[in-house]
Design a protein around this ligand. Structure first.
Ligand code: GDP
Length: 370
């Protein structure tokens, strides 16, 4: 059996190879070290199965790539998860892109209720991006799973790239692999999919997928964002909070001084205002628990991990303390957005509410999209 030499890199993407951890960049099964040409598992899967696999990198590693992309002339395609816009939005991205144009793509629209106003969602994404310091050429919504919205996106990519390369960026779990695999299977024959080049002098690999004779689409590794709610949860709990089919609205008529718990992950207090309805849009499997405001703290202290879960009992110790924020709502129909979870729509009757979430998973407010 072969041994790893100090300077062994993947012949496909240039990543430093390792045999220890399947889920980390550069993984090669030890048995493959004896091969003449060593390629990492990610490149192997692309080459032989026509399949991109996402490999996570921590922020600091990802940032090392910035200069490489900003030195290119290219189009940036930035993918976000519409259920986790803030959590999946990499703020440092505009430094990464130099002056290259960016199109922003919100993925997973198949999970939205039919009645969703997609153009309002698009507007909101555009505004949020601008507030975060990113100017985008355009915003699109797709479902990488069903293919909805793809044609429009493909045309936009062709139009905006003006014959140049394309870099697809996004944080882990936004559906980047699903998105690229769809593109590959649609547009490129299996035999043409090869990973051919990398940026020399770096231990981080981009995967190249040729678009035509002179230009390529590059898959960049998914960045892990610490401010993502899922970062605090176990795989089991992530399954519960991540919607896997169209979400069903759940409506609660609340009097003031009542509280809703979203599992044990976040809390919503209706403090002041006339009795009104609150419509919750979360994964159908998340338990929403209603209680009186004055009993809410006690309930949390006694039942987190049990009645109020996820987080499940074993994960409670890893879940950060909730921080309260008070919001006054005038006569406007708004969504209170919980990154990584979903949102609650208010009816348009004036109200004072308080939300409780981990400090680095702050809620935001937008015009109702439904
Ligand atoms: P990556 O880490 O960004 O490469 O994300 P993946 O492509 O591995 O997808 C992460 C998870 O989201 C997987 O469970 C996918 O099945 C799911 N997913 C990706 N795209 C969609 C989509 O359009 N709709 C739905 N419902 N799920 C999606």
């Amino acid at each position: 059996m072969g041994r790893i030499e100090d300077n062994d890199v993947c012949q496909g993407c240039g990543v430093m190879i390792q045999t220890e951890d399947k889920n980390e960049p550069g993984y090669v099964p030890a048995s493959a070290l004896k091969n003449e040409m060593i390629i990492c598992q990610r490149c192997f899967r692309l080459k032989h199965y026509n399949e991109i696999q996402d490999v996570p990198y921590l922020d600091s590693d990802f940032l090392k790539m910035i200069n490489q992309i900003s030195e290119t002339k290219s189009l940036i395609v930035k993918l976000v998860d519409i259920f986790d816009f803030n959590g999946s939005f990499i703020k440092s991205l505009h430094r990464l892109t130099g002056n290259n144009p960016i199109i922003l793509i919100g993925n997973k629209i198949d999970l939205l209720p039919q009645s969703t106003n997609l153009s309002r969602l698009r507007q909101w994404m555009k505004k949020e991006a601008a507030d975060l310091g990113l100017t985008v050429q355009d915003v699109f919504l797709v479902s990488a799973k069903t293919g909805r919205g793809y044609n429009e996106v493909k045309n936009a990519i062709e139009f905006h790239r003006k014959g140049q390369d394309v870099y697809v960026v996004g944080s882990t779990n936004v559906g980047k692999s699903t998105f690229i695999n769809y593109l590959i299977n649609e547009s490129v024959g299996a035999k043409d999919v090869i990973t051919t080049s990398y940026f020399p002098g770096t231990t981080l690999g981009f995967i190249e997928i040729p678009l035509d004779q002179t230009s390529s689409l590059y898959d960049t590794p998914g960045v892990v964002n610490r401010g993502q709610l899922t970062h605090y949860l176990s795989q089991e709990d992530i399954k519960v909070v991540t919607p896997n089919k169209e979400i069903k609205p759940r409506v609660y008529q609340l009097n003031s001084q009542q509280t809703l718990y979203i599992g044990g992950l976040a809390r919503f207090d209706f403090i002041k205002g006339e009795r009104q309805s609150f419509t919750c849009y979360f994964a159908n499997g998340i338990n929403i628990h209603r209680t009186k405001l004055d009993q809410a703290d006690q309930l949390y202290n006694h039942h987190l991990g049990g009645l109020l879960s996820p987080p499940s009992q074993t994960e409670v110790k890893n879940y950060p303390a909730l921080v309260e924020k008070t919001i006054k709502i005038a006569e406007e129909k708004v969504d209170i957005v919980f990154p990584g979870l979903g949102w609650i729509t208010l009816s348009g009757t004036p109200a004072t509410i308080a939300v409780h979430t981990p400090s680095d998973v702050p809620v935001s407010k937008r015009k109702a999209i439904i």
